[in-house]
Write a protein of this length. Sequence first.
Length: 202
Amino acid sequence: MPLFLKNNRVSLQNVRYSAAESRETMCFTVEVLFDGEPAFMAENTGRGGADRHYPIKGQPRAECDAAIHKVQAWANALPPEDMGNGASLGYSIERVAADALNAWLTLRDTRRKCRTWVLVMKPGATEFSKWKKPLGGKLTPDQLKEGYQVILSKSPPGSVIVNDMTDKELIDAYERMYATAGAAPAPKIISKPEPSPGPTFH
């Protein structure tokens, strides 16, 4: 069972998300894109219930409705996910949007950590290792490159720096950790820093 939907044709922009208001469901307002093109708006109050879909500002209602129907038809045609023990779970317009939001939040949170930490993915690991950046993370490209080399020299062969990964590579990295962990628990970034790799990074 994958962590994220592979080849999700739904992506998001203009995301507003509230963890504090996410109670029974995720609380959000997003602009949904399908194959990279603006499709419609979606929102949920976080208090349970279905998502609400409505036109993007200035978008004709008929165009919005057609986009909603198109995304729903694509989601419904996806192969159901095997949940084990003979159970399966189909896809819907809400589920593919939720998957895209989970991926967006994962990338956002990881990129934030990359501002002050160098994250490392070690072979077979279920969590990222992290090294504190000096100078509040305000380093030149040459200083970063030097720091990466020092960190990798003190990490197992095959380790990779997460900070320079593309969004797709980062999602793939989470998928590999998730598979290694046996799908439970979900992968996370470790909270305990690695020992000092040298005078520049600690």
